[in-house]
Write a protein that binds this ligand. Structure first.
Ligand code: SAH
Length: 251
């Protein structure tokens, strides 16, 4: 990646909005990393089709703010998330929401999972250039990783954004979460029908719906929903099902 040919446009800082919406403000160091991350993604986008969101304000809102708002139910970060928690981002793509989360919580260990090798290679470059030492990549499918001993029921928090329908997201996340841990599913709109399929899936996977939060984004006023699923009992070993089945036959 060539930083020299990156755009000079800067991300907006938005200190007041961070404060108002998350009760938090980035340090100068975090602000610098956000800026560098933006530049790297724009540069990477020239070769890889990573994201349609390239304008600075839109990137700030839909990638940075949205990533962090999801782990702040009721506008406060998930209690204890800053303390050595294990977090997995499933279907991270260009690194969202996982990279902003890792920049916020340097004492957490963030695993960035994706099934596309070129995305994982790109993220590895980002982690190295930004000197992010508390995040690592994992190449694989959520259906297989969820059955592996070293990953199953191993994470305190699993996040998932823009990967599939809601019961698929529940089947990808909950097997990876420890008992007592949390799965966070990022959504745009949300319907009653989806609510029913989520309830049905969550019961089978050993979870309960703890909170469904609706909010709007601070610049474009777009509607968002975040679903917080608490893992209460072990997930039966039959889940996640084999590669492709969760999508073909959603719970
Ligand atoms: N979370 C990112 C990217 C969403 S695109 C964002 O919100 O911007 C969806 C990503 O999920 C793609 O990169 C795709 O490769 C990955 N993906 C889809 N199914 C997957 C699976 N079963 N296991 C792992 N990754 C998957």
């Amino acid at each position: 990646m060539d930083l020299e040919s990156s755009p000079i446009t800067n991300l907006p800082e938005m200190v007041e909005i961070w404060q108002k919406t998350l009760n938090w403000q980035p340090t100068n160091a975090q602000e610098d990393k956000f800026q560098q991350l933006y530049q790297l993604i724009i540069a990477g986008n020239r070769q890889l089709n990573l994201t349609r969101i390239t304008e600075p304000e839109e990137f700030w809102e839909k990638h940075l703010w949205d990533s962090l708002r999801g782990i702040a139910p009721k506008q406060h970060f998930i209690p204890g998330i800053e303390k050595s928690k294990r977090i997995i981002d499933i279907g991270t793509g260009a690194g969202f929401p996982g990279i902003p989360i890792s920049l916020l919580f340097p004492n957490s260990q963030v695993t960035l999972l994706d099934s596309t090798r070129k995305k994982i290679t790109f993220i590895e470059e980002i982690l190295s250039i930004l000197a992010i030492s508390n995040a690592k990549t994992l190449l694989g499918r959520a259906e297989e990783i969820g059955q592996e001993y070293e990953h199953r029921q191993h994470y305190d928090v699993a996040v998932i954004r823009a990967v599939s329908n809601v019961s698929v997201c529940a089947e990808y996340t909950l097997p990876l979460v420890k008992k007592g841990g949390l799965a966070v599913i990022y959504r745009g709109t949300w319907t009653q029908e989806e609510n029913e399929s989520l309830e049905n899936a969550v019961i089978q996977l050993g979870g309960v719906i703890e909170l469904i939060e609706e909010f709007s984004t601070p610049l474009s006023n777009s509607i968002r929903h975040c679903l917080y699923l608490r893992k209460v009992t072990n997930t039966p070993i039959s889940f996640p099902r084999a590669v492709g089945i969760p999508v073909q036959k959603p719970l």
